[in-house]
Design a protein around this ligand. Structure first.
Ligand SMILES: *[C@@H]1O[C@H](CO)[C@@H](O)[C@H](O)[C@H]1NC(C)=O
Ligand SMILES: *[C@@H]1O[C@H](CO)[C@@H](O)[C@H](O)[C@H]1NC(C)=O
Ligand SMILES: *[C@@H]1O[C@H](CO)[C@@H](O)[C@H](O)[C@H]1NC(C)=O
Length: 466
């Protein structure tokens, strides 16, 4: 998955759980374009939204009661970045790999604090390279440390030197040179080396590296390396908790200001203001009323909220680079929701809480999905739960490992430090859509996962108490 883009692109809301839905979404794009041109107030999927928002430069005053919830939460410290790189270096040595290579990406953000927001990807590769150095005294684990090099286009070297890290070498490739050959010449790796490449790197980079190392192996970083970033430390969990709490507070504040008769676009603007007021960056919120919520990515009709309608908010935002992801399906005090829709809400709620308890260290990643699906099967709703239960979350909104009902042989183990979304849903096209989502963390010493929103009450209590 790529790095989520700014609010206007909203890829974070595209929960790509099924191919079928992705195709549906693609079919809807022309419709959305047409609607947003012909009906300016729609402001859908970012089309026309920036202009709408620019007429309200500061949405904060709408939520004077909403404090910047995470002002006291520190960003990742410099020593943590160094420790992460040293862990990586040790892992490389254990696995017999000579180097780890990443493009600017969420993985580069993890190890070097540089994402593709700091250095935009282009056809000219800029690469981060980690090799391991051993001190002369011993070959004990503690003496292995990371040696970082940056491969940069020669004419961009000055700009590369402004990036916030101090590598031991800037390796420069001139326009007439093969960047990958220049890299391996400079590193002087044995020609039969194994090199790990980050899973986000583009194919031409992987391909070019392999061609420049014909007797070696360039391969995707294996699970032992991916795991370093997957398993969060308490420093990261504190950030993730606060981001998710803030997101839920913003949804609740929005809920209090809603009224029957408002448009989806009004609610979308309201929740954007709340997410900004609470202090989240790059925030966005899928906002769908009534039957529109039955299409997990929306329908684009800017529906007016009726008394019989649920409203669904699926919001994300960033704190210190880490993402939140919270979904609430709500009703208003004067709503009159049909009984069968309320029943669906309570079944989804039950599935969500069972799935959390089914998420514990040593369980397989397919287990919580199977449990949530089994709960919905009891009432005949399983066929309407059309996507996976959840995804990992961290520096990417969607990252590995995923909670999917795959065969056991394809599942991996849930471990402490893992953070996942827990988001069952029921979607009956033309009628109703209900999804409830809180992210959860598997912490050391706890029997099963805790919601990252627990600090502000956690899961919804009812459609009226989100
Ligand atoms: C990481 O980058 C952010 C800006 O993107 C900066 O505010 C922060 O201080 C950096 N952290 C370190 C440890 O350099
Ligand atoms: C780190 O890597 C650079 C570039 O390959 C190399 O010149 C340097 O000697 C290395 N340093 C150590 C301590 O291994
Ligand atoms: C790589 O080549 C060196 C000799 O240059 C040899 O000692 C080593 O065993 C080889 N490694 C692999 C994995 O083939």
């Amino acid at each position: 998955m790529g790095q989520p883009a700014r609010i206007s692109a909203r890829p974070s809301q595209l929960k790509p759980s099924s191919k079928k839905r992705t195709h549906l979404w693609l079919l809807l794009i022309p419709l959305l374009c047409f609607l947003s041109i012909s009906t300016p107030r729609l402001g859908l999927v970012g089309l026309g939204e920036e202009t709408q928002r620019s007429s309200h430069p500061s949405p904060e005053p709408a939520f004077p009661d909403l404090p910047r919830h995470c002002a006291a939460i520190p960003a990742i410290s410099p020593s943590t970045f160094e420790a992460r790189r040293n862990t990586l270096a040790k892992r490389l040595r254990q696995l017999g790999a000579a180097a780890y290579i990443a493009e600017p990406s969420s993985s580069a953000a993890y190890y070097f604090n540089v994402s593709d927001a700091h250095w935009r990807l282009s056809e000219r590769p800029l690469l981060f390279v980690v090799t391991s150095s051993v001190s002369a005294t011993a070959d004990r684990d503690g003496d292995i440390s990371a040696n970082v090099s940056i491969l940069t286009p020669k004419f961009e070297a000055t700009r590369a030197k402004l990036l916030p890290l101090s590598p031991s070498a800037y390796i420069q490739w001139a326009e007439e040179q093969d960047p990958f050959a220049v890299l391996f010449d400079a590193l002087r790796l044995p020609s039969n080396s194994t090199v790990f490449i980050d899973g986000n790197a583009r194919l031409f980079v992987a391909d070019g590296l392999q061609r420049a190392l014909p007797h070696g192996r360039v391969q995707n970083a294996p699970p032992q390396v991916v795991e370093i970033r997957e398993r969060k430390t308490s420093e990261e969990i504190n950030i993730l908790k606060c981001a998710n709490e803030a997101t839920l507070l913003a949804i609740r504040a929005t809920h209090k200001r809603m009224r029957i008769g408002m448009h989806e676009s009004d609610a979308r603007e309201l929740v954007a203001g709340a997410l900004a007021a609470v202090g989240l960056e790059r925030a966005g919120c899928l906002t769908l009323f009534g039957e529109n919520a039955a299409l997990p990515h929306g329908s684009g009709t800017n529906r007016v909220l009726q008394k019989e309608d649920f409203a669904l908010f699926d919001c994300t935002g960033q704190l210190h680079g880490y993402w939140s992801d919270v979904t609430r399906t709500v009703a208003l005090p004067d709503s009159s929701i049909p009984d069968d829709h309320l029943e669906i809400w309570h079944h989804v709620h039950a599935a969500q809480s069972l799935a959390r308890v089914a998420t514990y260290p040593g369980a397989l990643t397919n287990h919580p999905d199977i449990v949530a699906r089994a709960r919905l099967m009891l009432d005949g709703y399983a066929p309407y739960f059309t996507h996976r239960l959840g995804h990992g979350i961290g520096l990417d909104v969607h990252e590995s490992p995923y909670l999917r009902g795959v065969p056991a042989a394809q599942a991996t183990l849930i471990q402490t430090g893992h953070t996942f979304s827990d988001e069952p849903g029921v979607y009956i096209e033309g009628k109703v859509g209900v999804r409830l989502e809180d992210c959860m963390v598997v912490e050391e010493g706890a029997p099963y996962a805790t919601f990252l929103t627990a600090g502000v009450g956690g899961a919804a209590l009812s459609p009226w108490e989100p």
